[in-house]
Write a protein that binds this ligand. Structure first.
Ligand code: IPM
Ligand code: MN
Length: 376
C-alpha cells in the first residue's frame, strides 16, 4: 500500500510565498511520475505579516498539526515592522519553537555546487564543492536562557547563555559520523572525513564538544579525524572546500559558517537545509524572507526545491521508502539538467559568464524543473 505523508506547509513571509508553492508543485509532479507514495499537504499562514494582521504569529491549531505530521515544509519569516514587544522579530519564535519543540537536533546544510552555476569563489568548480555542514540545532547560544538588565529605563546589560551538553554534543556528532558513512568522501581525496569545528582554544563548551568528538571517532573506522578552529575555518572552507566532507559544529558557529558556505555554491538562493530529529523533520531554504525583492518573482526557488528533495530523502531513509528515494533523485536530476543547460535562471545566478542572460521568473524556474521531471 502506498504510504501517504502528511506535510505541513508554512510559506511564511516575503519570498517564502513565492518559492514554497514551486516546491509543492515540484513535489506533486515527482509523486505523480514516480508513484508509490502520496502527500497530504496542510497549509497555514504564519510570520510577521500574519502577526501584523492578526496579533498572532501562526494559527492556534498549527502546532498540534505539526505534532501529527510526517514533515514540515517552511519558507521564510520576517517582515519589516513586525516586531514583538521586547524586540523579537515576529515569526522567529515559530521557527525556533519548532526546532526545539519537535527536538530537531540536526540542522543539515549541504554545500554542493551544481554544474551550470559559477562558484562565487574563483577557480572552484562542481568537482571541488560537496560537503555538508551539520549544525547542532537545539542548544548552544540558542537556548532561551538570556536576559536584559534595565535600570531606570536604560538597558544596561544583556546576557545570552551558551549551553553545550553531553547529550546534545553526542547526538549531533554521531549524526555527522553516520551521515559520513552514507557519503562518498571528500572531493580532494575521496576520504571519509568529519571535521570538528569549534573554539576549543578558548571555550569550555567547545572543549567538551571536542572531547566527545574524540570519543565517538573511535567507533567509526575509516573516517578521518579533522580539527579546525571556527575562525580558521572561515578561510579554509573558502580556500580549500575540496578538503571537506562532513563538518560538525555547535549551533551559532554553524549558523555563521553555513551562510559562508553558500558563497561557494552560488549564493543563498540555492542553499537548502533540513532540520531533523528522531521523529520529526522540517525543511527550509537557508535564505530569509528578502522583503526587498518580495512579490516580484525574482527569488530563486532552487534552495527551497532542494530542501523539498531533502525531505523526500529523509522520508525514504526513515520509512525505508524506495519510491521517495527515487522521487528525490528525479528532482535532483531535473534541477541539475535545468542549470546545466545554462538558460533558465533567476537574477541571483546571472553573474560571471551568465551576466548577459535575461533573468527568469521564480515560476519559470519551477516550471522548467517540472518539465524535466515529466520528460525523464
Ligand atoms: C537560519 C536563520 C535563523 C537562525 C534565524 C532566522 C532565527 O538565520 O536558519 O540560519 O539563526 O538559525
Ligand atoms: Mn542563519
Amino acid at each position: 500500500m502506498a504510504r501517504t505523508y502528511k506535510i505541513v506547509v508554512f510559506p511564511g513571509d516575503g519570498v517564502g510565498v513565492e518559492v514554497v508553492p514551486e516546491t509543492v508543485r515540484v513535489l506533486r509532479v515527482a509523486r505523480d511520475v514516480v508513484t508509490g507514495f502520496d502527500f497530504d499537504f496542510v497549509e497555514y499562514p504564519c510570520g510577521g505579516k500574519y502577526y501584523l494582521e492578526t496579533g498572532k504569529e501562526w494559527p492556534d491549531e498549527a502546532w498540534e498539526t505539526c505534532r501529527s505530521s510526517d514533515a514540515v515544509l517552511f519558507g521564510a519569516i520576517g517582515w519589516p515592522g513586525a516586531v514583538k514587544p521586547g524586540g523579537v522579530l515576529a515569526g522567529v519564535d515559530i521557527l525556533l519553537g519548532l526546532r526545539f519543540g519537535l527536538d530537531l537536533y540536526a540542522n543539515l546544510r549541504p554545500a554542493k555546487l551544481f554544474g551550470g552555476i559559477e562558484s562565487r569563489i574563483l577557480g572552484k568548480s562542481s568537482k571541488d564543492v560537496d560537503f555538508v555542514v551539520v549544525r547542532e540545532n537545539t542548544e548552544g547560544l540558542y537556548v532561551p536562557i538570556r536576559g536584559m538588565l534595565s535600570r531606570g529605563g536604560a538597558d544596561e546589560l544583556a546576557v545570552d547563555v551558551r549551553v553545550i551538553t553531553r547529550k546534545g554534543a553526542e547526538r549531533i556528532i554521531r549524526y555527522a559520523f553516520d551521515l559520513c558513512m552514507r557519503r562518498n568522501g571528500a572531493p580532494s581525496d575521496g576520504k571519509r572525513r568529519v571535521s570538528c569545528v569549534d573554539k576549543s582554544n578558548v571555550l569550555d563548551g567547545c572543549r567538551l564538544f571536542r572531547r566527545i568528538y574524540d570519543e565517538i571517532v573511535q567507533s567509526y573506522g575509516g573516517v578521518e579525524r579533522d580539527y579546525v578552529y571556527v575562525d580558521a575555518m572561515t578561510q579554509w572552507m573558502i580556500r580549500a572546500p575540496e578538503h571537506y566532507d562532513v563538518v560538525v559544529t555547535s549551533n551559532f558557529q554553524g549558523d555563521i559558517i553555513s551562510d559562508l558556505s553558500a558563497v561557494l555554491i552560488g549564493g543563498m538562493g540555492v542553499a537548502p537545509s533540513a532540520n531533523v530529529g528522531e521523529r520529526y523533520g522540517l525543511f527550509e531554504p537557508v535564505h530569509g524572507s528578502a522583503p526587498d525583492i518580495a512579490g516580484q518573482q525574482k527569488a530563486n526557488p532552487i534552495g527551497s526545491i532542494i530542501s523539498g528533495k531533502m525531505m523526500l530523502e529523509w522520508l525514504a531513509l526513515k520509512h525505508g521508502d524506495k519510491a521517495c528515494e527515487k522521487a528525490a533523485l528525479r528532482i535532483e536530476e531535473a534541477v541539475s539538467k535545468v542549470l546545466s543547460e545554462e538558460k533558465v535562471r533567476t537574477i541571483d545566478l546571472c553573474y560571471g559568464k551568465y551576466a548577459g542572460l535575461a533573468p527568469s521568473k521564480t515560476s519559470e524556474v519551477g516550471e522548467s524543473i517540472v518539465r524535466k521531471i515529466e520528460k525523464h
